[in-house]
Design a protein around this ligand. Sequence first.
Ligand code: DAH
Length: 611
Amino acid sequence: MTDLIYLTDSYQKELKTKVVSAEKRGNLWEVVLASTVFYPEGGGQPSDRGTITTKNGKAHVKHVRMKGELVIHECTLEGMLKPDDDVQCVIDWNLRYHNMRVHSAGHIVHEAIKKISPSLLPKKGHHMDSAYIEYAGSLPIDKKYAIEQESNTIVGDKLPLKTELVTLAELQRRSPWAPEHLPKNKPLRILSIGDLAPIPDGGTQVKTSDEVGPITITNIDNAGDVVRVYYSIQTEGPKEASIESENSMKAPAFIGLLLEAQQNAIREMETSDASAFELRLQLLGPKSELTALTRQMRQVPAADRQQVGIVVNQVKKAIEEKLTERKTPSSSPNKTPTIGTARTDTFDVTMPGIRPPAGHLHIVSQAIMEITRIFERIGFTRVRYPEADWDWYAFESLNMPVNHPARDEWETFFIDYPGKPGKDPHKQKMVLTPHTSNGQVREMEKGNLPIRMINIAKCYRRQIDVSHTPMFHQFEGLYVDKNVSIAHLKGVFDYFAGAFFGPGRKTRLRPFHFQFTEPSFEVDITCGICNGTGILAGGTKCRLCKSGWLELGGSGMVHPNVLRNGGIDPDVYSGFAFGWGVERTAMMKSGTQLDDIRLLYDNDVRFLEQF
Ligand code: DAH
């Protein structure tokens, strides 16, 4: 069993120890030491790199992994290294310290999430580039700010991060949560941040929370039954990193390693008498130095990866070309299988394919699906009505006769109806529906009571500016039955607010006027960022709502005239209705303030892929 120094001291950068074994596998050496300071990849943290030096040689550690109870250091080797040799190990401290900070940040973010949404069950952490923590369950995306604030409070509080080696019984007693599979091949350890409950952990951690520096919650991604909370930290830490500011995984350093791998491969080709097939496998196959390096590409900042990717391809091509040029030495017996001979048209079946970019639904489509699902749960059915409809359904039947001034609020597109209008007074003029309320009387005309409809459709108005697009979406709810009251309306709104925006959100009704409802209201919802107070933790005004409330849209009790127009007796039945904008509601959920709403329909993938 390799003695794991990093488990008890994550700041130890060097170590004198002995070689237990050293074997050449493909192009790399697999070195086992009596004890190690190198962190083997695991628990979501990438492995360390560095050097192992002996009297007669120097091994460059490219990747480290656990195999049973042994730590395998995968290295390239200059000179000699053999069992029993005394060695001096030095880890790449910049890389380690960065990995440590990212890992500790993950635990801090987890503590913040636990406070904000205690019921979420952690599944795994990914503490590298594009770092995230994954939970079973879901989390409203506007919790982003609260989690970020809470995380940075922990950072600012300079809390100690303490690790302790424990027995299984002790771990189960002290940690309220443990992963399904605890490691069997290494000592168990728990980590506690300040007085917070300990949690099992085997990674390397900083000593105090402020070493992590500011944390940003970059995204909350709900997919199926799991949610990933993505976070990032600043590349340079506030303390240690300023001493050694150069992060060795920046593109130039990584490119240096790639070129070194290319040199090693060329040297190998010049000296080895292996067959072309064997050499190809050794230099480009899954166990090659180049493949080991490309696996670590995610440690390069995302912005530089394209540049590094180009060099990876160039190095691969250079090795390929050299392999093709190289003739199998005529003296060696030709044991090469035909498919492996150096032909220019060989096809490397081990090479990973190129994934086509995968898209996702537009944020408005996502919101429409979610809104439909939420209302379906309480018995509403989604319906569809024409988007080019008679003026009667869009206005007249809604208590707005021709020439009524209230119509002016809907900047309506009237459209030519082919042919002459017939005798039916309700089928005279046509409009592009300026709101989804045209569905109300159409639904009533079906004659099925009670009515619980949700009509989601495109709407059109003659408006285009930073807060209007000529085409947008609304969702219209209508509930008609005996004894429907304002209490039902309020109950449904509170249910929707909780289901769509997250638990704890409340609604309020403000008196308003619409022709088709009496009484009429505008509905507001408590702001998710300041929890309805209008004030943030430090006493500053909330930048999203300013008042604690955000406006959702219009609603009211259906006007008796409208019920009559739909053939329903207002003395027996009553109902409520509401009509809200999909775009607005969706943006409110993500907490995004768009300076220009037209961006939603510009079809610029760089913008759309953020949602
Ligand atoms: N149709 C209205 C609009 O576009 C919104 C609305 C208000 C719909 C009140 C309703 C309602 O159903 O009851 O501004």
